[in-house]
Every structure is written in structure tokens, then in C-alpha cells.
Write a new protein. Structure first.
Length: 132
């Protein structure tokens, strides 16, 4: 597993744990939950900073699924994936999508990889419109 893949997994762990505890992941970082590396911190802080927009996009692109209905892992992986698609200029779109799909393949339901891939592929397709 590459260093960036590990950073994504650690970021997901923090974001997931924070949501379960009713905190923000940034609060966990500030409370001493040290990230494995700087990219983990960048992801956690970025998802926190853009959370409202990320959730709006998930709600818009996840047809037939509300945020509350989808598995927590899927919801948080989508936040990470969309953050990387829209705000991480050094991450190719295909890598952001592939890494997100790999996370849910290992951690979520059998249907999750297809669902996450579909949502992120559509966001990537519309990226220019979404970032302008």
C-alpha cells in the first residue's frame, strides 16, 4: 500500500470516528489524534472545510439515496473522493476514484464499489462546471 493510500485510509478512520462521536475530524486532530502524515491532515482538514459543499454534491449525485440512508463508510469515502477530485490539484481524477473504490471494496458492502464509482465518475465528468 502506497503512502498516499495509507494517508487516505487514516483520514477515513478519523473522519468516520469523528462522525460517530459527534465531533469534527478537525477536532480529533486538534485533540491529539496525530495523522500518519501531512497528507492525512490535509485530507481531514479539507473535508472539514468543504463539508457543506461535499454533502450537497453527494446528495445531488447519489440519486435515490439520502446522506442518512447510505452506509457511513460510503458517505465518508465519497466526501474524501469528491474532495480529492475538486480540491487536490496533484491527484489525477482516475486515482481519486480508484482509491475511493478500493476503500469501500475493503470496508463496506458488496454494492458499495459500484455505487461509489458511479457517483465519483459523474462528479469527475462535471468537474469543470462544479469548480468554475
Amino acid at each position: 500500500m502506497s503512502a498516499r493510500s495509507k494517508a487516505r485510509k487514516r483520514a477515513l478512520d478519523l473522519i468516520f470516528a469523528a462522525e460517530a462521536q459527534g465531533l469534527t475530524a478537525a477536532e480529533l486532530l486538534d485533540a491529539g489524534e496525530a495523522p500518519a502524515n501531512e497528507y492525512t491532515a490535509e485530507l481531514v482538514r479539507g473535508v472539514h472545510e468543504h463539508r457543506i459543499r461535499l454533502d450537497e454534491l453527494i446528495s445531488s449525485y447519489a440519486e435515490g439515496w439520502s446522506l442518512d440512508r447510505m452506509p457511513a463508510v460510503d458517505r465518508n469515502v465519497l466526501r474524501l473522493g469528491i474532495y480529492e477530485l475538486l480540491y487536490s490539484v496533484d491527484v489525477p481524477d482516475a486515482v481519486a476514484v480508484s482509491e475511493a473504490v478500493n476503500l469501500v471494496r475493503d470496508l463496506s458492502t458488496d454494492e458499495s464499489p459500484g455505487f461509489v464509482n458511479g457517483v465519483l465518475a459523474n462528479v469527475a465528468r462535471d468537474k469543470d462546471r462544479l469548480t468554475s
